[in-house]
Design a protein around this ligand. Structure first.
Ligand SMILES: Cc1cc2nc3c(=O)[nH]c(=O)nc-3n(C[C@H](O)[C@H](O)[C@H](O)COP(=O)(O)O)c2cc1C
Length: 311
């Protein structure tokens, strides 16, 4: 796989970022990805500040390669988490779910490379204006929280490429080396992969959650809660509950306020819990180690490249 502006900026070998994921990406997953030459990312969204600190310390002792922290801005812990990130000298932070203006300057003053996740061209431009170093442009196929506009990765990437100068990774629906090649061909400088790593051996998600990914087909997920905070989840019991509550006009915030993502992803409660994963789950048929995933991605990339150039 070729080096790009993004691999150079982040100091990684392959243009592959593992998406920061609540209840999924602790130090085991992040350090394994970094050790394979990608960018491992700790998902701070499900960690209280003290726990985040523990994961950062463990990540450092498990890899000497670059890793990042994903920081959802709307979290009530985000300010305290920033202080820990700076104290622990984390080199890269990927912010999401909020305005890039909020923390970029503070992080950059501390010498940190800043990425931000966006679902649209408009927000990508705002990131550039705010001084963000790189963008993760995420299409609506992606698992987890997402944009409202249903813009697919295939349509988003070339439009982001036209609109901004800074490096960017494509995200949403990527799980295969041929897709990595396609994203680079469309102008992205790398990719961010979520669902595939959520189903890896090193993911801290519950086995029931991983089994649901393996069982899923391409139409097993849907984007819900568009009026509140859009999120792509599996069509399980909780999905039905959301549809009923929306129909009746019930309070959706109350429905969510029961730690549903933790129940579903971390505790494996398939009835009450929310299972965040993406449309590409249909392609994932086995739970592999991070090392096996990287081997596959590289082989698929090579094969597709040979096919395209006709070697
Ligand atoms: C279980 C799960 C949790 C996620 N949590 C977060 C998060 O805390 N912050 C964030 O920026 N993105 C989060 N995401 C999005 C991923 O980082 C990534 O961008 C996305 O999964 C890419 O699309 P894919 O699932 O099709 O590979 C999450 C995704 C999943 C599947």
């Amino acid at each position: 796989m070729k080096s790009t502006r993004l691999t150079k900026l982040l100091g990684i070998k392959y243009p592959i970022i593992q998406g920061g994921m609540v209840w999924v990406s602790g130090y085991k997953l992040a350090s394994s990805v970094s050790n394979e030459g990608g960018l491992g990312v700790l998902g701070a969204g499900s960690m209280k500040p003290e726990l985040l600190k523990k994961h950062i310390v463990k990540c450092k002792s498990n890899t000497n390669k670059p890793f990042a922290v994903n920081l959802p801005i709307f979290s009530s812990y985000s300010q305290a988490q920033i202080e820990i990130i700076i104290e622990e000298k984390v080199a890269i932070v990927i912010t999401s779910a909020g305005s890039p203006k909020k923390y970029t300057q503070r992080l950059k003053e501390a010498g940190i490379i800043v990425g931000h996740v966006v679902p649209s061209v408009l927000l990508a431009k705002k990131c550039e204006d705010a001084g963000v170093d790189f963008i993760v442009a995420e299409g609506f196929e992606a698992g987890g929280h997402n944009g409202r506009d249903e813009t697919t990765t295939l349509c988003l990437i070339p439009q982001i490429k036209e609109a901004i100068q800074i490096p960017f990774a494509a995200a949403g629906g990527i799980a295969n080396g041929s897709q990595v090649l396609a994203c680079l061909a469309m102008g992205a400088d790398g990719v961010q992969i979520g669902t595939k790593f959520a189903c890896s051996k090193e993911s801290s998600a519950h086995e029931n959650y991983k089994d649901e990914i393996i069982k899923a087909n391409e139409s097993h997920t849907a984007l819900v809660l568009k009026s509140l905070m859009p999120v792509r989840i599996a069509k399980t019991n909780f999905y039905d509950e959301i549809l009923i509550a929306e129909k009746k006009g019930n309070d959706l915030a109350e429905l969510l306020g029961k730690g549903r993502a933790k129940q579903g992803i971390f505790e494996g409660n398939l009835k009450q819990g929310e299972l965040e994963f993406g449309q590409i789950s249909g392609l994932i048929k086995v739970c592999l180690s991070v090392q096996e995933i990287f081997y596959q991605l590289k082989e698929e990339y090579k094969k597709s490249l040979n096919k395209v150039v006709g070697v």
